[in-house]
Design a protein. Structure first.
Length: 207
């Protein structure tokens, strides 16, 4: 699938198109991150693709290319506490809004990966499978994923028994087993998520 969806929108009125996407929505711990990026109209890079289709090394390389060539880019996040308070859908949307605000650049159109964003002051197109159809969304997904991965490495150094460096906070077998053994950690785990709730109740029932 060609990553050129945004090309059809460039005109005298639309010069700056923002792509935005999130990373970490399905994780059991840590913040949710979002990236936002405005790429030059004629920018091309074969390496940039949906972040899930790239290796870690490829994402790191693509990240550097994006920040070096973007007209503007921004990173935003929402904390574990915010996720539990407003739910992950709203937290993901808020992280995207923060990423766009952090670009500190004007824009004429927003493309998202299937995320509605009312009240942005410009048209927003929520594109199904946007990260595999629009280059700017794919780039934003890489910014979000790499930024979140770096935080996961920091968390892994603090909480090594959850193997965060490897599972990135997703509900893998080793993560669930660690939850059952050690229980969730306040400020680290998302207590509104079912596996975390169940692990917490299991720990409580032991006392």
């Amino acid at each position: 699938m060609a990553l050129d969806y945004e090309q059809q929108f460039y005109s005298d009125k639309i010069q700056y198109i923002v792509g935005t996407d999130e990373a970490g929505r399905g994780c059991l711990l840590g913040p949710v991150f979002a990236g936002a990026v405005i790429l030059p109209k004629d920018f091309k890079c074969d390496l940039i693709n949906d972040s899930k289709q790239l290796s870690e090394k490829q994402r790191e390389e693509a990240y550097k290319i994006i920040v070096e060539n973007a007209i503007a880019y921004g990173i935003g996040s929402c904390s574990v506490e915010e996720i539990d308070e407003m739910n992950i859908l709203n937290a993901s949307r808020e992280a995207m809004k923060r990423a766009i605000a952090n670009m500190n650049h004007k824009f004429d159109l927003i493309l998202t990966d299937c995320m509605k964003m009312p009240g942005m002051g410009v048209d927003v197109i929520d594109l199904v499978h946007g990260d595999s159809r629009a280059l700017c969304i794919a780039a934003a997904s890489i910014l979000a994923k790499v930024s979140r991965d770096h935080v996961c490495y920091e968390l892994d150094a603090i909480y090594p028994y959850y193997n965060i460096r490897k599972n990135k906070g997703y509900g893998t077998k080793d993560h669930i087993q660690a939850l059952e053994k050690y229980g969730p950690v306040k400020g680290l785990h998302r207590y509104s998520y079912k596996p975390v709730k169940e692990a917490l109740m299991q720990k409580v029932s032991l006392f």
